[in-house]
Each structure stands twice: as structure tokens, then as C-alpha cells.
Design a protein. Structure first.
Lengths: 141, 436
């Protein structure tokens, strides 16, 4: 459930995201999830990929500024209230802060995948151990 | 004419006066170790100067000399005789300091009075001064000239445009003194708040501290319903009041009885004839606290000795048409790229790769954008940290250069992509496009 997230700095102008994704596509890096946060002039692209090492390598070779960080990737049942009751409440009660998060649903499995950047990763892992995500395994550190 | 004895002096009498003043200056300069050494090195004594042509044998003074003797190393009078100091940006973090005795301030008031009187200012006028007050010479320099004439001065200083509009309206200002870009900004802001500038008492404006074009003059005159005069000065020489336009608007009359001008080839130092552009150089003939010998202004212009239709006999300089160095004038403030570079070096997290973009939004206010690359080591997944970096760099730049800049974070290798020497400055303004 602990996975390596790749983050890259991009200027906020047409074609930059395409450029980044092309680099990954050419290197055969498969993207599990991605998210963009923007601050008018620039943005940061967060990526969960099959092979974080490889992704970092090819992105840096392409001249992009990137970094890696550890995040939590969990799978929860795609039903109302689950996120609140079983994820957010226990984290809040443990005093763990969520710095940012992004999610995507997988309708065919009735699951939702959630990426959480937290300030206390080991404890968050323990608290949410039941929501182990199958996709997370290949890149587990 | 405020002082026809000085402004319309015969050329022969002027030359005689200038030579006499130059010889006296050289004697005063021997009190300054820097000049004593420079003159000794050039092998020149005051008595060797027997004609104005001998000026070319004298050594130059550069802005770096002022910096190297920071703060008071070039003073020719004891500090207790100094009654005022001002400062302007240096090429690095160090201020260029200038100083004045009581008599220097009287000279300054006199040349500013001539400047304002040439645009028709009398004691019945109300003069709104929107140049910055403080270390910058603009505000106080104009201020004392207005008082010398006996007109009413409103020391509004810079900033707070809406309050300025109210002051101009309520006090019935007839004269505006500001940077030309501020005048246009004022016009825009007045329109927005529904104040009709044509309905006010404003009739004349004196604009300087930054280069401006004839197109801007027309725009200011049309939008504010006034007649716009160009004024020129620099703190090292005295501040505003070095040269000024008469109602002919045909070049700026230099106050030649106190400031001896030359235009030289910046590469060789050779003097250039009338009409040929080169670097403007001033010798301050009468200044006491900080006299300067052949000070290289870095401003590019040409001189014109023809007698003006206005009756003044003093030499005229063209509007400044460029710089010999990379100094930028942004919202009236002198900014050197080296200052920006130095400021960025002290901001952890940005790489030393930078690019300066100067623009003039809607042809009104200058904008300064500095593009910097995020240091790969400092890059994190958190947006907030990058925003902090941006703010820290903006704050630091403000502390060094004194004006607000916008820091734009860019991807690596977007700057200086071209081969060879990196082009660090892009100035999109056309401030030096001079008609005619």
C-alpha cells in the first residue's frame, strides 16, 4: 500500500503535459493514476506508475524537474460513506494529516482507488491495512 | 526665464565662467584622495588647465568609483558641512550615495526653479509632486525648486493613486510632476473613478526619471489635457534639474553654468561633435560635497549648440536614446540585472539561471517579471512549497531593488537556450523609440 509517487514540475502552457506523457509512453511506463495541481503559471503532475525508478530516469533525461515521494495507495469499496467512515475518520482520530489526495473509481470491480499523501505514512499504513491495493504491489518499496 | 543671466548668457562669457569654475573645481578635488591620486597619475595640476579643451586630458569618474568609496569616501567637504544625503541603486547591493552642502541645495533649488519656470510655473501655481520622497532624489529635488519659485507644493510622493486623484482635484493642482508612466496610470485610474481630468485645473506636467517617447508625450497631453515637459537628471550629478525643456520642446537645455557636459565615444573616450550620439559625461562645476570630474552617466544622447528660439543660449541634449550599460529604468527606479542575480543567489531553491522580462502593460505601468528555474534538488511534490519559494524570491528582490517583481517559476533549460552568451534581459517596452 505504500507506493512511490513521481512528481514533476511543468509550466502551465499547452503541450507540456503531452510532452511528459509522451516521454513515459515512449519508455513503456504504464500509468496507474495521475493528478495535476496548478498554481496559475505552473503545475505539479503527480503520477503513480508501474515502475517509478524508470519513470524518474526517463523524465530527468528529458530535462524535467522531478522528485519522488512515498504515498499511500488503497482500494476501498465504491460505496457512499466508506471513505468517510473507514478511511478519513480513523486517520483524523489518529491525528494524521492528509496533505493531498486523489482518487479514481474502477467501476468493473466496484472499487475505488485512493492516493493519500499523509504526514505519518507508517501509522497510516497500519490503520488502513485492510484496504491493500492490488496494483500497489509491483512498485512496493 | 527664471535666470536670464545664466540661461541666456553669451557663449563667450559662459566659456570664461566654466573655465574659471573648472580650475577651482580641480583645486577642491585635491582634497579627495581618489581624485588626488587620479590627477597625479594623469600628471595634471590645476594650473595646467588653461582652456576648456584641456578637459579631455582629465580622468573620468565611473559609477563603480562611487560604489568603491561607499559611503562618504569621495566627499570633498567635512561630513559636518553635509546637510543632506540621497542614494540610488548601485550595480550590486550597495547604494550609490550622494551628498549635499547647504550651498549644493541652493544650487539644486535654483536649477529646478529654472526647470519649472521654463514650463511656465509661477508662484500662483499649485504643484502636485508625485515623485517618490526619500533617498530617491526625485521628490525632494522638485519640491525645493517649487518652493524657490514660491508656488504651493503638495508633497504627495508615490503610491495610493486614488488619494492622489482626490488631492489633485481638491487642492486645485495646476502642475503635475511624476514619472511619465505614472501620469498615464493616473489618467486611466481617473477615468475608472469618473474624475474628468479636463475639468480640473491641471495645465502643465514635468515628467522624468525614466525614458519616454514622443508618442507617450502626445498620449499624456491628450489624456490629461496638459502640456508635458521632459526633465532630466541623475542623483550623481545633482538629481532632477540637470536639463529641462523650454516651450519649444526641441531638446533639453543643460544648466551649463553648473554642469559641464560632454558627449564621448564610450569605447575610446574621444569627444564627439554636435549631433553625434555618444555617452553623456558631466563635470559638476560648483558642487561642494560631492564634486565629480567627467562623470560617465551611461546615458546615450547627442548635443546641440545652436541657439534656441526660446532665447536660451545653453546647449541642448536630445532625449536620452539608450544606455551604454545594462541598466534598466523600471517605474523610475534604476535596476541592474546584476542586482537581480545577486538577490536570487540568496534564495535557496532557485537555480542561478534567470531571465528578466520588462514590459509596459497597456503602455502604462512597467512590469518586471523574473523567470527562474526551480532547483532540481529543492523540488518537492508540494505546491505550497513552490509558492513559498516564489514569495521568498519576490520578497528578497523587493528588498534589494525596491520595486515589486513577479517571480515566474519555469522548467529547466527554458532559459538561455541559445548558444553562447546568455541573453538575460528582454525589454519589451519601446521607451527609446524616439520620433524624428
Amino acid at each position: 500500500m505504500k507506493v512511490t509517487q513521481v512528481s514533476a514540475f511543468l509550466e502551465n502552457r499547452p503541450g507540456r503535459l503531452l510532452f511528459l506523457l509522451n516521454v513515459l509512453a515512449d519508455a513503456g511506463v504504464n500509468i496507474v493514476a495521475h493528478n495535476i495541481v496548478d498554481a496559475s503559471d505552473f503545475g505539479i503532475v503527480h503520477l503513480i506508475v508501474k515502475d517509478a525508478e524508470q519513470a524518474l530516469k526517463v523524465l530527468r533525461e528529458a530535462g524535467l524537474t522531478c522528485s519522488s515521494s512515498e504515498v499511500l495507495l488503497i482500494t476501498i469499496p465504491d460505496r457512499p460513506g466508506v471513505l468517510v467512515r473507514e478511511v478519513l475518520t480513523p486517520l483524523a482520530e489518529a491525528g494524521i494529516n492528509i496533505e493531498y489526495s486523489y482518487a479514481y473509481a474502477a467501476p468493473q470491480t466496484h472499487d475505488a482507488r485512493i492516493v493519500l499523501k499523509v504526514n505519518d505514512l507508517p501509522r497510516a499504513c497500519d490503520i488502513l491495512a485492510q484496504f491493500e491495493c492490488p496494483e500497489a504491489k509491483p512498485s512496493q518499496g | 526665464m527664471w535666470n536670464s543671466q545664466a540661461e541666456a548668457i553669451s557663449r563667450d562669457a559662459l566659456a570664461e565662467l566654466q573655465l574659471h569654475q573648472l580650475q577651482r573645481l580641480l583645486r577642491r578635488l585635491t582634497r579627495v584622495p581618489f581624485y588626488k591620486n587620479a590627477l597625479a597619475e594623469a600628471g595634471i595640476r590645476a594650473r595646467d588647465i588653461t582652456s576648456l579643451d584641456d578637459l579631455t586630458h582629465l580622468p573620468f569618474t565611473r559609477k563603480t568609483d562611487l560604489r568603491d568609496h561607499y559611503p562618504f569616501g569621495l566627499l570633498a567637504t567635512p561630513l559636518e558641512d553635509t546637510v543632506r544625503v540621497h542614494g540610488s541603486s548601485g550595480t550590486t547591493g550597495r547604494l550609490t550615495v550622494v551628498a549635499y552642502t547647504k550651498r549644493d541645495l541652493r544650487t539644486w533649488s535654483e536649477v529646478m526653479a529654472r526647470t519649472l519656470a521654463a514650463g511656465g510655473v509661477t508662484r500662483r501655481d499649485v504643484v502636485h509632486v508625485a515623485y517618490g520622497y526619500g533617498l530617491f532624489t526625485g521628490g525632494l529635488g522638485v519640491h525645493y525648486g517649487v518652493e524657490r519659485i514660491g508656488a504651493t507644493v503638495v508633497p504627495a510622493s508615490g503610491g495610493n493613486t486614488l488619494r492622489q486623484i482626490a488631492l489633485i482635484r481638491d487642492f486645485g493642482a495646476t502642475v503635475l510632476c511624476s514619472t511619465p508612466s505614472f501620469a498615464l496610470y493616473l489618467a486611466e485610474a481617473s477615468a475608472e473613478v469618473g474624475v474628468d481630468l479636463y475639468a480640473l485645473a491641471l495645465k502643465t506636467g514635468f515628467f522624468g526619471a525614466e525614458p519616454w517617447t514622443e508618442a507617450m508625450r502626445s498620449e499624456i497631453e491628450r489624456k490629461l489635457g496638459i502640456r508635458a515637459y521632459d526633465i532630466y537628471g541623475l542623483s550623481e550629478v545633482i538629481g532632477p534639474g540637470v536639463s529641462y525643456e523650454c516651450d519649444q520642446h526641441a531638446g533639453l537645455h543643460i544648466n551649463e553654468d553648473v554642469f559641464l557636459p560632454e558627449v564621448i565615444n564610450p569605447a575610446t573616450g574621444e569627444p564627439l561633435p554636435d549631433g553625434v550620439k555618444g555617452e553623456l559625461v558631466f563635470t559638476t562645476l560648483t558642487k561642494q560635497a560631492l564634486p565629480l570630474l567627467r562623470y560617465r552617466t551611461g546615458d546615450i544622447t547627442a548635443l546641440n549648440h545652436e541657439t534656441c528660439k526660446c532665447g536660451r543660449t545653453t546647449v541642448r541634449m536630445n532625449k536620452v536614446s539608450g544606455r551604454t550599460d545594462d541598466m534598466l529604468i523600471i517605474r523610475g527606479v534604476n535596476v541592474f540585472p546584476s542586482q537581480i542575480e545577486e538577490a536570487l543567489l540568496h534564495v535557496p531553491g532557485v537555480s542561478p539561471n534567470y531571465m528578466i522580462i520588462v514590459d509596459r502593460a497597456k503602455n502604462i505601468l512597467d512590469t518586471l517579471e523574473v523567470w527562474v528555474e526551480v532547483d532540481a534538488e529543492a523540488f518537492s511534490d508540494k505546491l505550497g512549497r513552490l509558492a513559498d519559494l516564489q514569495r521568498a524570491a519576490e520578497r528578497h528582490l523587493y528588498e534589494i531593488i525596491g520595486i515589486n517583481a513577479y517571480i515566474k517559476l519555469v522548467e529547466p533549460n527554458t532559459i538561455a537556450r541559445s548558444e553562447g552568451k546568455a541573453k538575460r534581459v528582454v525589454d519589451r517596452r519601446d521607451v527609446y523609440q524616439i520620433k524624428g
